[in-house]
Design a protein around this ligand. Structure first.
Ligand SMILES: *Cc1c(COP(=O)(O)O)cnc(C)c1O
Length: 430
């Protein structure tokens, strides 16, 4: 599989290089040079397969020149073995695609686990690798658990202090061993800036074998394509031409994967890009001006991002497919509306959480009677226990994967958002 750098198309790499380096020169994102296209006959065949077999087939179209079909299937089996996406009906024509039944209760398990298995499959036994990643909440947990105890792979996770939920923090800051966590005195964008700065330091990068597990890493996006196909296979065929999918967006990786799935021939009628008050993209689509504001803290904290990393990939894909960005519906939903939506959903018998509720709100506003609406359930409500219990006035049971970590010690280090501090940490804490 050949990928090119969006900031310098002369730089071309294969899949192995792309997942090992994360970003290319000038911090450019990698994007597949060739996008396969399934016709209706292929699609029919794909739909009849089980999740693992189908995912193997889809991904083999991208990377079969670098790994045998048999080996790829084994890796996918081990990455996706935990649990599969579920469609939960919510209203007459709206359902939730629940992607949060994995080990860290968020959709990010799919991407993080696929990335970890592929990296360890190719990893040279003796070389050291440092996974440096910034998290606005759920990436940290997914990445930490995916790489936990992997030999010669060290994980360093930065997160904005006090801006992720207490349970989110418990989930990944209590592991220890090869997982190092740092609470940064700043916003998620500050964390992301520190990660970028580290990657820019070539000497540092080579010395510690720096790699990123953010959704800038193409392997995460490829893994996510698979559950859009699974959703399609789960939806009754009479609705196959009327599917609208609403995606709660932060870094826009999930939406990018959805559009790649569509470009492969999955006939999704339309996507909705739903954001919280961090509305850089909806404003951009309205005004044509890219003008990120300062990041605002909201109750959907995993989406508190004002400079979405994956947006250049969306633009590139639209350019290549000659799609019109003006056809993309994008809505920003306030915290007040999110809370009302959570209560409305609870009344009709569905307990959700802030991120999915935003997607539901945006979908509800933009759906027609004949459509089959799907909003993505990106995290388990229990991860946002405090908010949910308060706004719904209920008591939530914690799933075992969370309950078992509540009383464990938090191993996090504290740091000001200063690159030299981080560099020093990376060079000494091996
Ligand atoms: C990460 C995350 C998002 C945003 O996904 P992106 O791919 O960054 O757009 C939405 N909801 C939850 C719960 C998340 O953890």
């Amino acid at each position: 599989m050949k990928l090119y750098n969006l900031k310098d198309s002369n730089e071309e790499v294969n899949f192995l290089n792309a997942i090992q380096h994360g970003l290319g020169k000038k911090q450019g994102l990698f994007f597949p040079k060739y996008l396969p296209k399934f016709n209706s006959h292929d699609l029919k065949k794909l739909i009849s397969m089980d999740f693992i077999t189908r995912s193997t087939h889809i991904l083999s179209h991208f990377i079969s020149d670098e790994i045998s079909l048999n080996d790829l299937k084994k890796q996918i089996q081990s990455a996706f073995s935990f649990t599969q996406p579920i469609i939960a009906p919510v209203t007459k024509n709206i359902s939730c695609l629940e992607l949060f039944h994995g080990p860290t209760l968020a959709f990010k398990d799919f991407g993080a686990r696929f990335m970890a298995t592929m990296l360890s499959y190719w990893k040279n036994e003796n070389s050291i690798m440092t996974i440096l990643t910034a998290t606005s909440g759920d990436t940290g947990a997914a990445v930490a658990h995916a790489f936990y105890c992997m030999h010669n792979i060290r994980v360093v996770i930065l997160y904005p202090k006090g801006r992720i939920s207490a349970l989110q923090e418990k989930l990944f800051c209590t592991l220890g061993k090869n997982i190092h966590t740092i609470a940064v005195d700043g916003s998620f964008d500050d964390c992301q800036y520190l990660v970028k700065k580290s990657f820019n330091d070539t000497k540092l990068k080579n010395k510690i074998g720096l790699n990123s597990a953010n959704s800038i890493n193409i392997s995460r996006l490829l893994a996510q394509i698979c559950y859009y196909f699974e959703a399609f296979a789960l939806i009754p065929p009479q609705y196959h031409n009327d599917i609208i999918i609403s995606v709660p967006c932060g870094n826009f990786g999930n939406l990018t994967a959805g559009f790649i799935a569509k470009s492969l021939g999955l006939p999704i009628k339309s996507f909705i890009a739903a954001t919280n008050a961090n509305d850089t993209v909806p404003r951009f689509l309205k005004t044509g001006i890219w003008n990120p504001h300062n990041t605002i803290s909201t109750i959907s904290n995993a989406m508190d991002i004002s400079q979405p990393n994956n947006w250049p990939r969306v633009e590139e894909l639209f350019k290549r497919k000659k799609w019109n960005l003006q056809n993309l519906t994008s809505k920003s939903i306030s915290d007040a509306k999110t809370i009302r939506t959570l209560q409305e959903l609870h009344k009709i018998g569905y307990i959700s959480e802030p991120h999915a509720a935003i997607a539901y709100r945006a979908l509800k506003k933009n759906i027609q009677k004949t459509d089959f609406g799907l909003f993505l359930g990106t995290a388990h409500p229990a991860k946002f226990q405090d908010t949910i219990e308060k706004v719904l006035n209920i008591k939530l049971n914690l799933p075992n994967s969370l309950q078992s970590r509540v009383h464990l010690k938090n191993f996090s280090h504290q740091m000001k958002p200063n690159f030299l501090n981080l560099k020093n940490f990376l060079l000494t804490q091996i």
